[in-house]
Design a binder for this molecule. Sequence first.
Ligand code: AMP
Length: 411
Amino acid sequence: MTKFKNIKNLGALAGKRVLLRADLNVPMKVNEDGERVVTDDTRILSVAPTIKALSEKGARVIVLSHFGRPQGQRDMSLSLEPLGQPLANATKLPVSYIDDCIGDEVVEVIDALEDGAVLLLENVRFYKEETRNDPEFSAALARNADFFVNDAFSCCHRAHASTVGVAEILPSAAGLALEKELVALESALGNPAHPLAALVGGAKVSTKLDVLTHLVEKVDHLIIGGGMANTFLAAQGVDVGASLCEHDLAETAKKIMNNAAANDCVIHLPTDVVVAKEFAANAENRTISVNDVAEDEMILDVGPESAANVSAELENCKTLIWNGPMGAFEIEPFDAATVTVAKKAGELTEKGTLVSVAGGGDTVAALNHAGVAAQFSHISTAGGAFLEWMEGKRLPGVEVLLADHLFKSTY
Ligand code: AMP
């Protein structure tokens, strides 16, 4: 991670204009008064320390974000204006707002800001040029500032003007949250302590093919759970009855298993499962060997014997990367294996024998459900960016922050 500049490396910031890319695309709802209010402020809280740090250094902090998908149109139902107050609450700083993100008026307002002040710009995706990474638009964004700081890991898999274009023009650095995220990810997959295990669960193999393909070359243990385990079991000739299963991916599953063997990666599939005839909370169920699934039964969770085996394996591991639940964790009692393994991973992390990194929407919900999110070494709230990182892809918003790209501008 020494390759990345952080905000300290930007030097003295008093009086400087810093354009900060945040991800303020947070869940919101319309209340009885017709106002849009934030329902989950996780992302606001995650960028607050960077805003405060920049402001304390005397920088004028100009916050830039997208919200939703306005398709390059000015859609005020996706305005960032209602985010000003939550941002002020989280930072304990006054936050002003301007209804655009580029142009002479925006530059004038920024020039008139006091040192340490915070200004929220309007939704960058109101311009279609943003997602096209248009060079003129990037230059217009760059006119707002002396420095660029990216603190939005969840947007780093997109080469947009506000993540890549502007970073190619201004001297740039990672914000505190992005830096923390990159250090955690590096310790989990870039330069991990071995043995390294990956737990991949969730509904379907098809959505995580690239993840599985990449991981078998990197990890010592690949633990497969959730609906996707059914596809692997079926490929081995197991009758999975009425379970969610992608039979057409049998050959792909076999190829992944062969690649794993060639790379000394041990694949762990369930040996026992919990089955039911309906996908419903507290549906009548039984715990059986994977070989005993009846025609009309669905596998909805990994069984207790398999969950115990996974837990025992984690005792021997030094690093765990986790994406996707072990079963249909939203409906009881099919959350049992996810909760058992999550608790074990949390316990080993607290004990100091395991580095645990988890990410992806459902995974965060599953770990919160198990009550262990705070025990994990790092939990990424980024969805697409986390998965692309697990696929071994280079993330353009991170690549552009590499030292080589920095301070080469004419500023
Ligand atoms: P993903 O978004 O791919 O991580 O999938 C998460 C979803 O997979 C959750 O909604 C789970 O309920 C679902 N899931 C996990 N295991 C199973 C299973 N055995 N059968 C059906 N759905 C499952």
